[in-house]
Design a protein around this ligand. Structure first.
Ligand code: ASP
Length: 354
């Protein structure tokens, strides 16, 4: 931990929130017993996804098919403006999506980045895993691969996401020729903030088999071609069937440089509980954040990042850089049979300053 903040400032909602790498690596190896019942964890927008994934694994379905069927619900949802259909577009008004999948039992993985015209990039990522000898397809190549498999040609821009993009375009700079309409009062409104948002969903079934998926429209109004952490294995998603799974949401750029989902799984391999592993990864990212444009007045990251993780035993956690942003408490979705529920994330820091 750097001296830019004090260890006392760290919110201790889990056991030994400050576990170091050395401590984790001295801990006993993860016991590879299977959970007594399946467990699904997902980002806060994944209540329905977690329920669907649970239904499928309880019916004996494959773990990867289960989580993909779960996130498909959100990918098709026009009201979730961070994923699939209705996702916020890039700087040019074009929706470009990223997704990755990992199937623990076969160690297969697939991903697509900056793909267009497909509401469910998670399905295309699964096809990359099973119908190619590659792992990651991007841009035009990914579009074409999707097309030959019967995906593509869909308009992902809803009226709501088009309006949001247009308003961003008209208000983010007063040094261009785009002007908001004067009559509806929006000429005076504050510029629309760029936003992150994604769904990650991971499952362990009663056999101890593990899979995960992360799918997103990424950072809103991004530079065309920008790829976040979601389709990058080890960053937005990592699964090891012997250990566990971790996926992320939030500022992808911060996660990409640390490959933090891989880090979390490796810390779990060393015996760390999912919550301690995830807090440790967040500590690492916070400590490496030194650019002043990314720091608030307290010297802490001015962005959020979250991890959703579980191990082979069925222990799980959601972890967030900040426990609260504005009035919003950081929560994640869990299903271990029955209805999905939201649980509070453990957090590295309490509330993000306004
Ligand atoms: N991590 C995603 C990205 O950077 C966005 C998000 O999860 O909010 O593209």
């Amino acid at each position: 931990m750097t001296d830019r903040w004090n260890r006392r400032d760290v919110l201790r909602t889990g056991v030994a929130a400050g576990l170091g790498v050395g401590a984790a690596s001295r801990a006993p190896a993860v016991v590879t017993q299977s959970p007594s019942r399946p467990v699904v964890v997902s980002s806060g927008n994944g209540l329905e996804a977690a329920a669907k994934a649970m239904e499928i694994v309880q019916g004996g379905g494959d773990t990867l098919d289960a989580v993909i069927a779960g996130v498909n619900i959100v990918e098709h949802d026009p009201d979730d403006m961070s994923v699939g259909y209705g996702g916020l577009p890039n700087e040019d008004g074009v929706v470009q999506l990223d997704a990755s999948v990992m199937h623990g039992p076969t160690a297969r993985a697939g991903a697509v980045a900056a793909i267009e015209g497909v509401k469910t990039p998670s399905n295309v990522a699964q096809l990359v895993a099973y119908r190619t000898d590659h792992v990651l397809l991007v841009g035009e190549g990914a579009n074409e691969f999707a097309r030959v498999h019967g995906y593509g040609g869909e308009n992902l821009l809803t009226e709501r996401s088009r309006e949001a993009w247009l308003r961003w375009k008209e208000t983010h700079s007063d040094r261009d020729e785009w002007l908001p309409p004067e009559r509806d009062g929006s000429a005076d409104m504050a510029p629309i903030e760029r936003d992150y948002g994604t769904i990650n969903c991971n499952v362990v079934d009663v056999n101890g088999d593990i899979s995960g998926v992360t799918t997103t429209s990424g950072l809103s109004f991004k530079i065309p071609g920008r790829v976040g952490d979601s389709p990058i294995l080890g960053a937005g998603l990592y699964v090891d069937n012997e250990v566990g799974a971790c996926g992320s949401t939030g500022r992808g750029e911060a996660n990409l440089v640390e490959c933090a989902s891989f880090l979390v799984v490796e810390l779990m391999r060393g015996g760390a509980h999912p919550r301690d592993a995830a807090i440790q990864a967040l500590e690492r990212i916070a400590g490496k954040t030194t650019a002043s444009r990314l720091l608030n007045s307290e010297g802490r990251p001015n962005f959020n990042l979250r991890f959703y993780c579980l191990n082979k035993r069925g222990d799980y956690a959601g972890a967030s850089m900040y426990g609260q942003i504005g009035n919003g408490v950081a929560r994640f979705a869990v299903n271990d049979g029955g209805d999905s529920r939201l649980e509070d994330c453990v957090a590295l820091f309490d509330a993000m300053p306004a």
